[in-house]
Design a binder for this molecule. Structure first.
Ligand SMILES: Nc1ncnc2c1ncn2[C@@H]1O[C@H](COP(=O)(O)OP(=O)(O)OP(=O)(O)O)[C@@H](O)[C@H]1O
Ligand SMILES: [Mg+2]
Length: 420
């Protein structure tokens, strides 16, 4: 294969990867290959691989997803139970005779995937004994170049040999993460690993995008962390590191419960809730990438215009009260009858009142401990003040404060991570 075809850079392809006149004569081009990698668990790698892949397929791309995670969550997203004879990514990596085509399952039109199995956890050890173990996946995927336009690699939450295999074949790395302080710190290790791979196994690899998942744009903490990521990345523009062109991908994927529900029905978000914010985010993300990669595309299959919002119903005028109700309202309210002298003693009335107040839930009084304590002196006042605040408010909040300070002063957080 000629070297320039193995990587894409940012140039638009001269020949449509979807085929066309003369395309058959061309040797197959390498599909755009992206590793979704973060050694931190539960950040949105699998959700993004599945739904970004599904969106790209609906835009007409031929997409292959590879499940490199022994948890095999990607396979679960498609509601596919692997038959015992089904060949998986484990076979692909360990059996020299096994080809991608032997393992592929079709999830949707234009969307294939290579499933994983739990035993994949053992592969790390077995692969370690093979020579050239970091490049096994690269060599296998090469045989399927002509079949796909985009390959997405769902990495496990670790930086072991499975992730290194993904990095060895990938053109780009997307880092799904939440815009929180701790995940930001985890970025350092990830970038070091990519750096190592770029120094030998895959010199052209690039970390191109931070993909914000489960994003809450209304939180000032998230905004501060994004500002921090952007300013840290900006320091590396023009520097010879794989993340010199990295940016926060637009749009961020909002937190949306539909994305968490969809896999339990074995569906992608476009099958499950195509009009929800999560579907919209992944669709827009896919369109941005297709444009960036210069891939041809048609419309988004199955896209129906969002249902128009129903105008709020005008307030209906108040119905006139029935004469009986109106008369009852205007009639003077009967005063509470005072206990008749002699009929019940004042003492027993007071006792009943005290019993009733004891029976009433105490919670009502909790709101005003300070006022009650004011009458009892400064010590009681202090105790009441601390009792008034909920426990969460008294917990230490150093990271949040640090982020806010960083946002205000422009001084960097101690993210440490990007100071390679
Ligand atoms: N935008 C979102 N809104 C709400 N829930 C989400 C969103 N993205 C992901 N989730 C949920 O968060 C959980 C973790 O997501 P996911 O499995 O994609 O993370 P992961 O990085 O692949 O995890 P692991 O490292 O364990 O493989 C899942 O339950 C998923 O449904
Ligand atoms: Mg996962």
């Amino acid at each position: 294969m000629e070297a320039p075809q193995e990587t894409h850079g940012t140039q638009a392809p001269e020949v449509s990867p979807l085929g066309g006149a003369g395309a058959a004569a061309e040797p197959p081009r390498k599909p755009r290959t992206v590793a979704l990698l973060n050694q931190k668990g539960g950040v949105g790698k699998t959700t993004s691989t599945v739904n970004l892949g599904a969106a790209l397929a609906r835009y007409g791309q031929r997409v292959l997803l590879v499940d490199l995670d022994p948890q095999s969550n990607l396979s679960l997203h498609f509601g596919v139970e692997c038959a015992p004879e089904q060949r998986t990514v484990r076979d692909l990596l360990l059996d020299p005779e096994c080809r991608v085509q032997d393992c592929v399952q079709r999830a949707r039109p234009g969307l294939d995937f290579v499933p994983a199995v739990t035993e994949l956890a053992l592969v790390e050890g077995e692969l370690a004994q093979l020579e050239g173990m970091q490049a096994v996946l690269r060599d296998k995927l090469r045989e399927a170049w002509g079949d796909y336009d985009v390959v997405l690699l769902d990495c496990p939450p670790s930086l072991g040999v499975l992730s290194v295999n993904a990095l060895t074949v990938a053109d780009e790395v997307f880092v799904p993460m939440q815009a929180h302080y701790l995940p930001l710190r985890g970025l350092e290790k990830l970038l070091q690993t990519v750096h190592l791979v770029s120094q030998g196994l895959n010199p052209s690899i690039r970390v191109s995008g931070i993909l914000l998942c489960m994003h809450d744009g209304s939180s000032s903490h998230a905004r501060a962390v994004i500002g921090e990521i952007e300013s840290q990345l900006a320091q590396f523009r023009g520097v010879d590191v794989p993340w010199s062109g990295a940016a926060v991908l637009d749009p961020a994927v909002r937190r949306n419960i539909k994305l968490a529900e969809a896999p339990s029905f074995g569906k992608t978000i476009f099958d499950y809730a195509p009009q929800c914010p999560g579907a919209d985010d992944y669709r827009r993300l896919a369109l941005g990438l297709i444009d960036r990669w210069g891939l041809p595309h048609g419309g988004f299959e199955g896209m129906e215009p969002a249902a128009p919002r129903r105008p709020r119903a005008a307030k209906s005028p108040k119905r006139p009260k029935s004469p009986a109700k109106a008369a009852a309202k205007s009639a003077p309210k009967p005063r509470r009858a005072a206990p008749a002298k002699g009929a019940a003693s004042t003492k027993s009335h007071a006792r009943a009142k005290a019993a009733a107040s004891a029976a009433r839930p105490k919670a009502k009084k909790v709101g005003r401990p300070a006022r009650a304590a004011a009458a009892r002196g400064p010590a009681a006042r202090a105790a009441a003040k601390s009792a008034k605040r909920p426990a969460a408010a008294r917990a230490p909040r150093a990271p949040a404060r640090a982020v806010r300070r960083a946002a205000r002063t422009g001084r960097s957080l101690r993210s440490g991570g990007l100071s390679l």
